[in-house]
Design a protein around this ligand. Structure first.
Ligand code: AMP
Ligand code: ZN
Ligand code: FE
Ligand code: FE
Length: 280
């Protein structure tokens, strides 16, 4: 069984539509894939409709943007009720703030480069969650960057004068909201140091007290020492261990199935989730 619990579509900053992500999952030999777009569940229906055709089991999820003590944290939620008002309100607030933050970044960039907000909107599908990758795609389309990676290494970096942050809920509170919505909260890439500052084990423990159920231990942004540390931490705190690709289509090098999760962990995720898996 090949199980990959972290993938993005055009509902956020992936480059393929949700149905195409499932088709690519089938091609990659996956049995199960989770669709986990940033701060949205808008890709779930299209992905679910592609399950019968592709034969790939779907785990409905979201990657929730959070902060704690000034550090950016990504929290995966699986199988939550998307209508639960508490979680929904925070995700809506993040998405709204992301939109305004992107407009501000583009206004700053536009003062120095031939880039407009319309250029960015051309890269965004419908009501997709807007992120820096869409600004990167606009820069590429205008010939101002070679690819997303170059844009992130330069003008879109957190250290760039063009960078603007956005609202995100506190990670401990987000764990509570995910559990209240019947979701299974898993800390995404906890030690991905290239993304920026990371939190210490004390914060993981606070999140566990709030109901955290797992750690995404196996992820390409973790070196061997990070994986070992997280495996030990997960064992000592009795947490589920997941492994995933964080696929973004052509937007990142991450390939579907490059890291995987065990069937036993998937069973535990399903047992804790309010929603079921979508099976062919
Ligand atoms: P944002 O959430 O808008 O601040 O943008 C961060 C998102 O951009 C991350 O969640 C990644 O999905 C993506 N990202 C970060 N670094 C890169 C990179 N070097 N190349 C492509 N995508 C990236
Ligand atoms: Zn992303
Ligand atoms: Fe992430
Ligand atoms: Fe992700």
């Amino acid at each position: 069984m090949m199980i990959d619990l972290h993938a993005h579509s055009r509902a956020s900053d992936g480059t393929q539509g949700p149905a195409d992500v499932l088709a690519s999952a089938a091609e990659a030999g996956l049995d199960v894939v989770a669709l986990t777009d940033h701060d949205t569940t808008s890709g779930w229906d299209e992905a679910a409709a592609a399950v019968a055709r592709t034969g790939v089991v779907l785990v409905r999820g979201t990657e929730i943007s959070c902060h704690h003590a000034g550090v950016s944290i990504h929290l995966l939620s699986y199988l939550h009720d998307p209508q639960e008002p508490g979680l929904r309100a925070e995700m809506d607030r993040s998405r709204d703030s992301r939109l305004h933050r992107a407009e501000t970044m583009v206004a700053r960039l536009g003062a120095d480069l031939p880039l407009t907000w319309e250029d960015v909107l051309e890269q965004v599908d419908g009501d997709a969650t807007v992120g820096r990758p869409h600004i990167a795609d606009a820069l590429v389309a205008k010939g101002l960057a070679a690819d997303r990676g170059e844009a992130f290494a330069t003008v879109l970096s957190t250290r760039s004068p063009y960078f603007v942050g956005h609202y995100a809920p506190d990670a401990v509170e987000a764990v509570r909201l995910v559990r209240a919505a019947g979701g299974v909260p898993v800390f995404a890439h906890p030690l991905a140091v290239m993304r920026g500052r990371v939190v210490g084990d004390d914060v993981v423990e606070e999140m566990v007290d709030a109901g955290l159920l797992g750690l995404e231990v196996h992820h390409r942004d973790h070196d061997e020492a990070a994986v070992r540390h997280l495996e030990e931490l997960a064992a000592s705190l009795d947490l589920l261990v997941t492994g995933s690709s964080d696929y973004h289509g052509a937007g990142k090098e991450n390939r579907l199935g490059e890291r995987t999760t065990s069937p036993a962990v998937l069973e535990a995720v399903e047992a804790h989730g309010r929603l079921g898996l979508v099976r062919p």
